[in-house]
Design a binder for this molecule. Structure first.
Ligand code: SD4
Length: 349
């Protein structure tokens, strides 16, 4: 079966009209890889991925580097004050501190990450500095902040009045029940359990890009679970959990309850499954099913979603709960938002 036919088959399995429309218009496959601007593609999690992809595409469409594209792309939700799950404006931990996790990875295995970083608007850029200017992979907490300041990043207050007000609301009950977003992302409508209307507990942006020269890169950034325990770190800054890229195979990223992703080395697993011949869709589905199989009861009410792209630019995703979506942008279509398939087809809440 040709790559294109395999891709279309996966799309049909996905059975989503937007996906079919998008897939029908593209040309993919190894022949396109690595040489033409038309081979470039960027994908990212959730509906805020559409705007992030556009920023990434401004670089990819000009023949720029995938690594620059993913860093620039995810900076968009990091700066979006309406986005309460990434960067500035993110909901704080239960003690009122906004703490950010981020990671970035290049095709050759170079990677950098920060965890529990406070006061810096763009943790993804600090993660890139960790990768490029230190012999290390991960800096955390005070040390990460100290490094960021030494690198010239500006210290600022990330707790917006809106996020602070939501935190004060939560403090009235202070019920510690980390819950997940399983809804289609929509800031105007009801949020996840335990959160004020319109609020969602946690949605990470994970982004994967393939540039016109066939280079892959990925980035992942989040403020993590709202009202989390101080010091809690999720999957997003853990290489192999929230993000993994291997230039010979492809990349994967995750969103949802980070603990489950860490327990299963989720993104690494997806990439390894692709290495064994699975399509991105098949690999994401198998990784999700491992989580469900290990925790059949708990998984009825928790969300994990994986998004993957292989080195040929084929894209796939899978989630436990209904409602996960991902954005795709390439030379043919700039703002596709595609509903992911899931284990459960209706929302649990
Ligand atoms: C975390 N995985 O901190 C992140 C949050 C997230 O959709 O992805 N939310 O666990």
């Amino acid at each position: 079966m040709t790559d294109r036919r395999r891709f279309l088959k996966a799309s049909l399995l996905g059975a989503s009209a937007p996906l079919l429309a998008w897939a029908g218009g593209r040309s993919a496959g190894p022949a396109a890889r690595g040489t033409k601007a038309s081979a470039a593609r960027v994908v990212s999690t959730w509906d805020f991925g559409v705007a992030a992809n556009r920023a990434a595409w401004a670089i990819l469409g000009q023949g720029g580097h995938a690594l620059d594209a993913v860093e620039t792309g995810v900076q968009v939700p990091e700066s979006d004050l309406k986005n309460h799950s990434v960067g500035k404006g993110g909901y704080p931990d239960r003690d009122g501190h906004v703490t950010l996790d981020a990671s970035i990875m290049d095709a050759d295995g170079s990677c950098g990450a920060v965890a529990a970083l406070e006061h810096i608007e763009h943790p993804i850029s600090v993660a890139r500095r960790v990768m490029e200017r230190t012999p290390h992979v991960l800096l955390v907490g005070e040390g990460a902040l100290q490094f960021a300041l030494e690198q010239g990043f500006r210290k600022q207050d990330l707790l917006t009045p809106e996020a602070e007000q939501a935190w004060h609301e939560w403090l009235k009950t202070a019920k510690y029940q980390p819950s997940i977003n399983s809804e289609v992302h929509d800031y105007g409508k009801g949020g996840a359990p335990g959160l004020p209307g319109g609020a969602h507990n946690h949605d990470t942006i994970g982004m994967l890009a393939l540039d016109a020269h066939g280079r892959l890169a990925g980035a992942c950034t989040t403020s993590g679970m709202a009202w989390k325990l101080r010091g809690r770190v999720g999957d997003s800054p853990i290489i192999g959990a929230g993000l993994y890229v291997d230039g010979e195979v492809g990349g994967a990223t995750s969103t949802g309850v980070g603990e489950e992703v860490i327990r299963n080395a989720g993104s690494f697993l997806v990439v390894e499954l692709m290495r064994q011949g699975r399509s991105p869709h098949e690999a994401c589905k198998e990784a999700v099913m491992r989580i469900v199989k290990k925790r059949p009861e708990a998984s009825k009410t928790l969300q994990v979603g994986f998004l993957a792209m292989n080195r040929d630019g084929e894209v796939g995703a899978y989630a436990i709960q209904h409602g996960f979506s991902y954005a795709v942008c390439d030379a043919k279509k700039q703002d596709a938002l595609i509903p992911s398939q899931s284990v459960y087809t209706t929302s649990y809440s």
